[in-house]
Write a protein that binds this ligand. Structure first.
Ligand code: HEC
Length: 128
């Protein structure tokens, strides 16, 4: 009986630690997403992601406010955002050639980089 209790305790402690590690991983992921965002996106979408970057003024189409991607009461549209970034989405629908095809630009590391940027953007959403 004591052995079983010990095993259960150990399992509980182990799962607690993995939870802590996961939380730390997530924080690191979001931090890396922020760095990539500031390098690759903020010139148009702005440092605060509301669409007011310095290059935005030179474009004929407004740079989308990325803090409003999530609509009230709906899930964060992860796949939509992902395809807008990697270029899978119809080019005309997201700004012709003004929105570079990041899927190509990020090369082999595109999946993790795009995932990090999206998770960072998710933290900026204003709608509950
Ligand atoms: C050269 C300027 C520019 C850069 C750099 C840029 N964008 Fe955009 N982006 C735009 C413009 C302009 C639009 C609006 C297109 C439209 O309304 O058709 C847009 C639209 C979007 C949209 C919404 C697409 C949709 O479905 O309507 C997302 C999401 C987005 N950008 C994310 C990003 C991310 C993430 C980055 C960095 C990896 C980035 N953008 C870099 C100019 C830019």
């Amino acid at each position: 009986m004591r052995t079983i209790t010990s095993i259960v305790c150990l399992a509980l402690i182990a799962s607690l630690f993995s939870g802590v590690t996961l939380a730390r991983d997530r924080a690191g992921t979001i931090e890396r997403g922020k760095t990539s965002y500031l390098i690759f996106c903020s010139n148009c979408h702005g440092q605060d992601a509301t669409g007011n970057g310095p290059v935005a003024q030179l474009l004929t189409i407004p740079s989308t406010d990325l803090t409003l991607l999530k609509r009230k009461g709906e899930e964060f549209p992860y796949n939509e955002v992902s395809s807008a970034i990697d270029g899978r989405k119809d080019v005309k629908a997201h700004g012709y050639k003004q929105m570079p095809i990041w899927g190509v630009a990020f090369g082999r590391k595109r999946a993790p980089i795009i995932n990090e940027i999206i998770l960072y953007l998710e933290t900026l959403q204003k709608n509950p």
